[in-house]
Design a protein around this ligand. Structure first.
Ligand code: DX5
Ligand code: ZN
Length: 228
């Protein structure tokens, strides 16, 4: 199956919140593709981050780059139109946080955004059943959601391989390529294994924003993906 080009989506959670617009411009100029925007509500996850107003504020700094909104909120639906209006290009959410997953996916697409479903480390792949034709992306969490800077959970590699097989089968059947994103603990020293397991879209927070030279890390990440 022809692999989609690799996408790097730096997580703003690790950026300097006092200079977010500048951080977005700097990381895109350093070679990032998307901007990963982590939304936490102190309800679905035990942490509080940023919302649609901040998304709207960074949008002009992102140019053509897609804003990859990762909703860790419960309930989900009320925030979907707000993020669509604020400039999100893709909205993903956790199925446990929505009473009606099919309806939420439809709502995201009606609002003109790409739709993604996020699987926690313990969420079974069966949540993908019956909604595959509504998905643009599957996001596998390689840490439990809520905090940046955690360690990659090794079992995610097997899970990635299993999702890769499913997505390849869908592509064979329908011609539709669904992206496979991984989020949590992605670093230059494990991204090759993650790519080899089938991911094509990579979130990295502390690995990029924790370093003085974003371009150097991004180049390192890309080289490791290419070598995988
Ligand atoms: C965790 C967030 C991640 C996190 C990634 O709940 O969804 O996007 O910020 O950060 P690192 O790359 O530092 O693990
Ligand atoms: Zn995230």
């Amino acid at each position: 199956m022809a692999a989609l080009p690799a996408i790097l989506s730096p997580s703003l959670l690790a950026a300097d919140f006092a200079r977010l617009g500048e951080e977005v411009r700097t990381v895109l100029a350093a070679g990032a593709d998307w901007i990963h925007f982590d939304v936490m509500d102190n309800h679905y996850v035990p942490n509080l981050s940023i919302g649609p107003m901040v998304c709207e504020a960074i949008k002009p700094h992102a140019g053509e780059a897609l804003i990859d909104v990762h909703l860790m909120v419960e309930p989900v639906d009320a925030l979907v139109p707000q993020f669509a209006k604020a400039g999100a290009g893709l909205i993903s959410f956790h199925p446990e946080a929505s009473r009606h997953v099919h309806r939420t996916l439809a709502l995201i697409r009606e609002q003109g955004c790409k739709a993604g479903l996020v699987l926690n480390p313990a969420t079974p792949l069966s949540v993908l059943d019956h909604v595959e034709d509504q998905l643009d992306l599957v996001l596998l969490m390689s840490v439990n959601p809520g905090f940046g800077g955690q360690s990659f959970i090794a079992g995610t590699l097997d899970k990635l391989r299993a999702v890769r097989l499913r997505l390849d089968a869908i592509q064979q059947r329908s011609g539709r390529a669904i992206r496979l994103e991984v989020d949590g603990g992605v670093k230059p020293d494990n991204i090759a294994a993650i790519a080899a397991a089938g991911a094509d879209t990579f979130v990295a927070g502390s690995a990029i924003f924790g370093k003085p030279d974003y371009a150097a890390v991004i180049q390192q990440l890309r080289q490791a993906i290419a070598a995988a």
